[in-house]
Design a protein around this ligand. Structure first.
Ligand SMILES: C=C1C[C@]23C[C@@]1(O)CC[C@H]2[C@@]12CCC[C@@](C)(C(=O)O1)[C@H]2[C@@H]3C(=O)O
Ligand SMILES: O=C(O)CCC(=O)C(=O)O
Ligand SMILES: [Fe+2]
Length: 348
């Protein structure tokens, strides 16, 4: 593996993660732009029980006020998550030259490598990822020619479970926005067959000097919703803007066993006509290896998402022009965090 290959992928291979001192390429100077705080008191991230009789109301409030919440009683068996975790360990423990057999090709979002957002930052992330859309069988065969089926079975099992959870959450969000049960099915996210999913398996290697490195730089997700599973090690932080309580700060998202973190992305912000907060988040590093899986949910590639007519129309003007998911990703690849500005409807 040449340095050239890894630079193009914007990642460093695991053996290179074992630096005694952090190389300049990975040393972030501005990690303390805002203080990092604990999720306590008014900064406690909402925890929502999916069996709560007031579920719709609570989800709506969390999406508006936070853009992130933790869910429990989600119905996915802990064994399914344990199996996913074992396969993630197995994947990232492979030698670098094996993982590079399934490296993301130019312009392709599936396979092993870094993330598109890292290209906007001058420093490398302390991270390696594997993106899956549809079946991972072709890649799994290259990684484990003699035993690829166990990985595929676990991914398929997890995909099924997380898809139905994602669908349930999106419906609850739409209901909280006032969309009726009947109208729900006419939306671009109305039923599971209309929802597109992408799965990202993430590994954040342990670091002896974690205060100087970053797992993922600050970003919003482009999708409607992301559901994140974490292996018991925290690292995710969400930005809470200056309010009556405190100045702008990074709030640590706790890693609560048997829960998922739900993030609101750009497309849900657009669909809700700006009501739901597309939360800015980043991933910090610790002295323990962290694994996470982020599943992104959005509409099929050719479906446009715009402010829902229930919210924008008679009384409220639509704030954004409709956009497809790949369309938004393309704008983000050029304009980074100014992408939503580019689809904003001029109010004058
Ligand atoms: C479906 C996707 C969302 C994502 C781009 C991708 O095609 C696969 C990688 C995803 C990810 C993960 C880390 C943060 C993020 C902003 C990035 O650069 O890559 C997201 C992308 C996104 O939200 O658009
Ligand atoms: O690892 C995490 O907790 C979050 C990952 C993330 O933000 C992403 O994949 O977009
Ligand atoms: Fe993210």
């Amino acid at each position: 593996m040449s340095l050239h290959t890894t630079r193009k992928l914007k990642i460093h291979q695991p053996e290179n993660f074992e630096f005694d001192s952090i190389p300049d390429s990975h040393s972030w100077g501005n990690l303390h732009d805002h203080p990092s705080v604990e999720p306590i008191g008014p900064d406690a991230i909402p925890v929502i029980d999916l069996n709560d009789p007031k579920l719709i109301e609570k989800i709506g409030k969390a999406c508006e006020e936070w853009g992130v919440f933790i869910i429990r009683n989600h119905g996915i068996e802990p064994e399914v998550l344990n199996r996913l975790c074992s396969q993630m360990h197995r994947l990232f423990a492979l030698p670098a030259e094996v993982k590079l057999k399934v490296a993301k090709a130019e312009g392709n979002d599936v396979g092993y490598g870094g993330t598109p957002v890292s290209h906007f930052f001058p420093k490398f992330s302390w991270f390696e990822g594997f993106a899956i859309v549809g079946s991972p069988v072709d890649h799994a065969q290259k990684l484990w020619p003699d035993d690829y089926s166990s990985f595929c079975e676990v991914i398929e099992e997890y995909n099924k479970a997380i898809n139905s959870l994602g669908c349930r959450l999106i419906h609850a969000m739409l209901l909280s926005l006032g969309v009726s049960e009947e109208a729900l099915h006419q939306t671009p996210l109305g039923d599971s067959s209309k929802i597109k999913t992408a799965m990202h398996l993430n590994s954040y290697p342990a670091c002896t000097n974690p205060d100087r490195v970053l797992g993922l730089p600050p970003h919003t997700d482009s999708a409607c919703v992301a559901i994140v599973y974490q292996n018991g090690v925290s690292g995710l932080q969400v930005l809470r803007c200056k309010d009556d309580i405190a100045p702008t700060r990074w709030v640590r998202v706790p890693a609560v066993p048997d829960t998922f973190v739900v993030n609101i992305g750009d497309l849900m912000h657009v669909l809700s006509n700006g009501r739901f907060h597309n939360v800015l988040h980043r991933v910090t590093i610790s002295k323990t290896n962290r694994l996470s899986s982020a599943c992104f949910f959005g509409p099929q590639a050719d479906e446009k998402v715009g402010p829902h007519s229930k919210l924008a129309g008679l009384e409220e003007s639509p704030l954004y022009r409709p956009v497809t998911w790949p369309g938004l990703q393309k704008i983000r690849s050029m304009l980074h965090d100014k992408a939503l500005q580019a689809i904003k409807i001029d109010s004058n």
